[in-house]
Design a protein around this ligand. Structure first.
Ligand code: BEZ
Length: 401
């Protein structure tokens, strides 16, 4: 095998599915160290939304990932990085074609993506088949680390279920007995609704109505009128990015703020507080990150992020940063020899990520086991109110790994 052949092989990622891992390892570990030193740059494919309602989220994830690389001298596992970027537009219909650009055309070593759960599902089919190493820094689709779980699939964010499950306890503690859930009609909204319902009903609460609008629509008036007529004890919402900002403003404009308390998964108020004036003040949410965690790691991260990008970090930036940290853990263990797939996977599975959110580890299904914070909007902050659920793990239903 020529050096060029080895580079091509190394970049091709997994052969076909998990069965290829052993074979790839056998060849990969044969690379002599002199050859390793001359390895081509590690090709990292970023498949994220850079346009549309989630554009800001894609940028924050990219920034976070690049910060983790910068902190390691611009290298991961000793290898320089070449980035290849695809704007997925949060469009599930284009997901197979977009991810195939990275896998087939660009022959990336690893795919980092994406934000939208529907796009995650489109990527999963292709990446299961190709066996390419995949780190998902946001999209919470349960199936990725559930029924479709695979050795090459890793997530540094959350499952949708995780982000709302603890809200049941929170609402119970406030004395709320009935709730309405409002969201976009797609996997993330439906799964966050299920996570909330399960947690709330376990506490004796009743979800009296599920209200949906198509993604990425932001016309909320008719649904808000319906909420006003139902008069639940509480409203729970999932929207994110531009859609979240619009919802918060419309909730206030409809006269519901201060009348029916609003809760949500933390995406409702993360990264949008500058855009909504006082419309979010007092809104309580659960999420795996919060402002004012007051840890050494978080302070250092926030300072470095603000200095580098002239922006305040949010949960998306943290998830991107941790994707870089997780990949670094995998590649350091094999000294940059990404062809040693089994070695990379083993090291990533065992990693203890020292994250701005607090330390987390991966479940057997490769999803973070992490604390869920209760947060409250105070001024321009999602202020930490405490831990709503310690070390919450996704049930990983249907995962056989
Ligand atoms: C999702 O589609 O999984 C998602 C999008 C934005 C924020 C959180 C989850």
């Amino acid at each position: 095998m020529t050096q060029n052949d080895k580079d091509v092989f190394a970049r091709r990622g997994f052969l076909k599915g998990s069965a290829a891992i052993a074979g790839a390892t056998a060849v990969g570990t044969l690379l002599p160290s002199a050859a390793l030193a001359q390895q081509a740059k590690l090709k990292v494919g970023l498949m994220l939304p850079y346009t549309g309602t989630f554009a800001q989220l894609g940028v924050a994830i990219t920034n976070g990932f690049k910060l983790a690389v910068d902190e390691r001298g611009g290298k991961l596992g000793g290898r320089e990085i070449e980035f290849v970027t695809v704007d997925d537009e949060s469009n599930p219909a284009k997901a197979p074609e977009n991810v195939n650009k990275l896998v087939q055309r660009d022959k990336v070593d690893v795919v980092i993506g994406t934000v939208h759960s529907g796009v995650v599902m489109g990527m999963a089919k292709v990446l299961k088949e190709s066996g390419t190493l995949w780190i998902n820094p946001n999209g919470g689709a349960g199936a990725m680390t559930g029924a479709m779980c695979a050795p090459n699939f890793f997530r540094t964010s959350f499952s949708n279920w995780q982000t709302t499950h603890a809200l049941g306890k929170v609402l119970k503690a406030k004395g709320h007995k009935t709730a309405v859930f409002i969201t976009w009609k797609y996997a993330a909204g439906e799964e966050m609704m299920e996570g909330f319902k399960e947690g709330f009903e376990k506490e004796g609460g009743k979800l009296v109505k599920e209200l949906y609008t198509p993604f990425p629509q932001v016309e909320f008036q008719a649904l808000l009128t319906e909420i006003a007529s139902i008069k639940p004890d509480a409203v729970v919402a999932f929207f994110a990015g531009g859609g979240a900002a619009k919802f918060l403003k419309d909730y206030q404009a409809a006269g519901l703020k201060g009348k029916i308390p609003l809760y949500g998964s933390g995406f409702l108020t993360d990264g949008v507080l500058d855009a909504v004036g006082d419309a979010a003040e007092g809104v309580e949410t659960t999420l795996h990150y919060a402002d004012g965690l007051d840890t050494k790691k978080d302070k250092a991260f926030r300072l470095a992020y603000a200095k580098t990008f002239k922006l305040q970090p949010d949960v998306y930036a943290v998830q991107g940063y941790d994707a870089g940290q997780l990949l670094a853990a995998g590649l350091e263990a094999v000294k940059g020899n990404v062809a040693d797939k089994a070695g990379v996977i083993k090291a990533m599975e065992a990693a203890k990520i020292d994250s701005p959110r607090g330390q987390w580890t991966l479940s057997k299904a490769h999803n973070p086991v992490q604390d869920m914070y209760l947060r409250k909007v105070v001024g321009k902050e999602n202020k930490t109110m405490g831990v709503a659920w310690k070390a919450l793990a996704d049930p990983a239903r249907g995962c056989k790994m």
